[in-house]
Design a protein around this ligand. Structure first.
Ligand SMILES: C[S@@+](CC[C@H](N)C(=O)[O-])C[C@H]1O[C@@H](n2cnc3c(N)ncnc32)[C@H](O)[C@@H]1O
Length: 223
């Protein structure tokens, strides 16, 4: 999977490029992340990419031209890439949308700043508008990293033993409770079944726990 990121803050992506699961996926060449500095596409001698909002208001708006030129450049290299605008107004990210996005070979993430981007980019140049939740953050970069992480861990050979298939939201269920050593903490013991060595019983207990906690914590998931 190839990720191209359009951003004013490419350095932020070192957080996932250099550490953890994503860094390992890059080393194994399962994914690649290329950042594009939007200012490089500005035709302005000051490298501005934003301007005042028509109609007034305090915030600045990201302009069409640098974004469009950057997308054109990315598409020269990846004609089939799908462009995602990270936006609080987009479709809320959930596991179903993550699974849908994993079907593409190449995704371009457009990270907004300020008041956001000129509406005409959204109308003409975007395939998906994706939100990471009903709250507003200062820029699309953190949101893009969330999306990249959620997609990457579902790609073959990124996690060992297909571990992500047991994570929460698989089959609409939350994950079961996990315990590690020591066996007793503050008088609370690990459930006996987990020490039984009987894998069939353990699997049945875990499924039962998953169903129970999904009903308790997330009744909206409809088990
Ligand atoms: C300060 S926000 C702009 C918010 C915009 N004025 C609004 O109210 O809809 C700047 C940028 O952060 C990103 N952003 C903010 N909240 C987000 C969210 N919940 N999900 C994804 N991206 C978000 C978007 O790229 C957005 O263009």
């Amino acid at each position: 999977m190839k990720f191209d990121i359009i951003t004013l803050f490419p350095e932020m992506f070192s957080a996932i490029k250099e550490e953890g699961v994503i860094a390992r996926a890059i080393k194994k060449s399962i994914i690649s992340i290329t950042t594009w500095q939007l200012r490089d596409f500005s035709l302005n001698k000051y490298k501005n990419v934003d301007d005042k909002s028509y109609g007034g208001g305090a915030g600045m708006v990201m302009q069409v031209q640098p974004i469009r030129d950057c997308i054109i450049e990315i598409k020269k290299q990846n004609p089939k890439t799908k462009v995602i605008y990270l936006s609080p107004q987009g479709k809320k990210l959930d596991q179903d949308l993550v699974e849908k996005l994993t079907t593409h070979d190449s995704l371009t993430m457009l990270c907004g700043r300020y008041e956001g981007i000129d509406e005409r980019v959204i109308e003409n140049d975007i395939d998906y508008e994706v939100s990471i939740g009903d709250y507003v953050i200062s820029g699309g970069e953190l949101a893009a990293m969330v999306v990249i992480d959620a997609i990457s861990r579902r790609l073959p050979n990124v996690l060992g033993n297909e571990d992500s298939l047991k994570d929460s939201f698989t089959d609409n269920l939350l994950d079961y409770p996990h315990y590690t050593r020591p066996e007793v903490v503050d008088g609370h013991s690990v459930p006996e079944v987990l020490l039984s060595g009987n894998q069939a019983k353990i699997d049945a207990w875990r499924l039962e726990q998953s169903i129970k906690r999904t009903k308790q914590k997330r009744p909206d998931l409809k088990v």
